[in-house]
Design a protein around this ligand. Structure first.
Ligand SMILES: Nc1ncnc2c1ncn2[C@@H]1O[C@H](COP(=O)(O)OP(=O)(O)OP(=O)(O)O)[C@@H](O)[C@H]1O
Length: 602
């Protein structure tokens, strides 16, 4: 099952009520307690007004209509109108207040999640697909928002409504009230059981829609691969499954809804009949008035509203519990790589890098990926990392950047243990260019300034010239202000790479890490990249996961990584003489590359 589909099922969960989560959620509400107290007061006042309506109707029938007192009829009419107008005004006020407050709470929660996510280490993201994390920030915060926006106030409002109705009915005529309550268990059963099913179906409909969106997104992103492999038919089937699930959930929700209303009406009619049967006799005998019966029946009909609203809140609470669990799981994840309490800022880096018996494993139960790695690189040296795939080259640079912390041994830069310095001061002085140069949406200039927003225009221009992007930028009508769209989709592979070089050059790192791209570009761009590379590497300690023969030959030190160890190190000539793995790699991989390049004239 694909991740997108799996997400949908994962999101369907409801969780039992959890007091600890609820308490924690209420902590987000606490800063807004003043405004929420005002909302509760308004809601209760409105409820009081609404509960007074049937009593006024009773009064107008008994005292106005029956006694033909037009003054009372007019006065009650005006009062009912006033009640509706005030109710509308206060209703507008409290809805606005609660929505605004709900949005503020959601804002706080989303902001906190986003901030926290950015601080989490690579290991957190290793095990979680981006789509899942995104749905937590959007869907799950929304589920909590729904509870806060509608749920909490509904709880207060409808609960008092229900108590109010029961109290008034008992006060009016307790015997008739108890008799009419016969219908309550029926109403509770119908509303309670159906409403949670209806809510469940609506929630399934929403979640399946998000699965559809996820699938659509994946399809659009991968449309080239899909068409290249002619996978349209299979994809259609997958999409049809999701689409059917969504359609079924929607149809089930509306079917249940169309069933529940007649059932409620039927129960309402039964209650009315009971009251009429017993009440009519008393009206005829003059013990009860017509207005009384009308008001009584009116109150009975009002039971349905609060019961339905409360069971809806119940489902909202369960959905919010599941969301809260997922959100708190993120918020409770501690960044694994973080500043020690005694961390000092890293002094300006000269560029000496030492690995002392460094070992590392990605997961505790998995075997070590690096074993006893020892290196000593002098400032300004150019280091090429070569070796078979999966040997541990990227892991070495990941540890140097402190994306992960070594599980054994020490990494020293200019004699300082990287674990003892603040992450920001360390990473600010290091630069990394990955194979797939990630370009952010925005302008070319914004992308160039990514690591150094305060760079002067002159420095920007110089960096652009050095990495040869000035040439293609000048061809765009908007120059450096050209929007490059998401992931730089408007640029070619080579241009994206040069832009990534420019970004690093402008941030002027002392240690540079480069995962050389394997994808081939045209001869001219290749020459530009080579020239840009030379400029970029000048005067810096550089670690290059090298794929090009020229880069490897130009390196001061070549490290051959094999099974998590440095199996050979030295210059190109030294290593060829050693007649070991490097020579083998060179003969098979690099020489083939060279002859291919010669054939194509690259
Ligand atoms: N995030 C991760 N979680 C778990 N294991 C990982 C992770 N990243 C890499 N590995 C494993 O660690 C080992 C070393 O991977 P690494 O990426 O360092 O190799 P590499 O030499 O850079 O390979 P390549 O040349 O293919 O990029 C591999 O066996 C790989 O499966």
């Amino acid at each position: 099952m694909s991740q997108v589909e799996w997400d949908a099922d994962d999101d369907l969960e409801e969780k039992p009520f959890n007091r600890a989560y609820m308490k924690r959620l209420l902590r987000y509400v606490l800063p807004y307690r003043k405004v929420l107290s005002i909302v509760v007061l308004i809601v209760l006042f409105n409820m009081g007004l609404s509960l007074a309506e049937p009593l006024l109707i009773r009064y107008v029938i008994d005292e106005g209509i029956m006694k033909q007192d037009f003054f009372i009829i007019h006065m009650v009419g005006i009062t009912l109108l006033a009640i509706k107008a005030i109710g509308w005004l206060f209703g507008f006020l409290h809805t606005r207040m609660i929505n605004f407050t709900g949005q503020r709470i959601l804002f706080d929660l989303r902001q906190q999640l986003f901030n926290h996510l950015q601080s989490l280490s690579f290991r957190f993201f290793d095990g979680r697909p981006a789509g899942k994390i995104m749905s937590r920030i959007t869907n799950d915060t929304n589920a909590i928002g729904e509870l806060i926006n509608g749920g909490l106030i509904t709880l207060v409002m409808e609960f008092t409504h229900l108590i109010g109705i029961v109290a008034i009915l008992l006060w009016m005529d307790w015997k008739l009230a108890l008799l009419s309550f016969i219908t309550l268990p029926m109403l509770y059963l119908v509303v309670g059981s159906m409403q949670s099913k209806i809510e469940g179906s609506w929630s399934r409909s929403r979640k399946t829609m998000s699965a559809i969106n996820g699938n659509l997104n994946e399809t659009l992103q991968g449309i080239r691969v899909i068409q290249a492999f002619s996978r349209q038919k299979e994809n259609n089937k997958r999409f049809e499954t999701l689409n059917t699930r969504n359609k079924n959930a929607f149809m089930r929700a509306v079917t249940l809804e169309s069933l529940v209303f007649p059932a409620v009406e039927m129960i309402g009619v039964i209650g009315t009949c009971v009251v009429l049967w017993f009440g009519a006799r008393e009206v005829l005998s003059g013990e009860l008035t017509l207005g009384f019966i009308m008001a009584f029946i009116n109150y009975l009909w009002r039971f349905w509203g609060p019961l339905s609203a409360l069971s809806k809140v119940y489902s909202q609470v369960l959905a919010a519990m599941a969301s809260a669990e997922r959100i708190f799981e993120i918020l409770d994840s501690e960044p694994e790589v973080k500043d020690r309490p005694d961390a000092k800022p890293m002094k300006p880096i000269q560029g000496e890098v030492v690995f002392e018996n460094v070992s590392f494993r990605y997961e505790t139960e998995k075997p070590e990926v690096l074993k006893d790695v020892n290196l000593r690189i002098r400032p300004g040296q150019r280091v090429a990392l070569v070796g078979p795939t999966g040997a541990g080259k990227s892991t070495i640079v990941n540890l140097l950047m402190r994306f992960y912390d070594a599980t054994g041994g020490r990494i020293l830069i200019d004699g300082q243990d990287v674990k003892g310095v603040t992450l920001e001061s360390l990473r600010r002085q290091m630069g990394i260019v990955l194979q797939d140069s990630f370009i952010f949406s925005g302008t070319i200039e914004e992308n160039l300034r990514y690591g150094n927003e305060d760079a002067t225009d002159e420095a920007l221009r110089r960096a652009a010239e050095n990495v040869r992007i000035d040439r293609f930028v000048s061809q765009f009508a908007d120059g450096y202000r050209t929007q490059v769209e998401e992931r730089g989709s408007k640029l070619s592979v080579g241009q994206r790479q040069l832009l990534a070089f420019g970004r690093v050059l402008l941030s002027d790192p002392r240690i540079l890490i480069l995962d050389e791209a394997t994808s081939s570009v045209d001869t001219e761009t290749e020459q530009h990249i080579q020239a840009a590379l030379q400029t970029m590497l000048e005067g810096r300690t550089a670690f290059i996961i090298a794929h090009r023969l020229s880069t490897i030959r130009d390196a001061d030190v070549i490290l051959v990584v094999k099974d998590g160890r440095i199996s050979e190190h030295g210059s190109h000539d030294d290593l060829i003489k050693q007649n070991g793995l490097y020579k083998k790699l060179y003969m098979t991989q690099f020489e083939m590359q060279q002859s291919l390049a010669m054939q194509t004239g690259a």
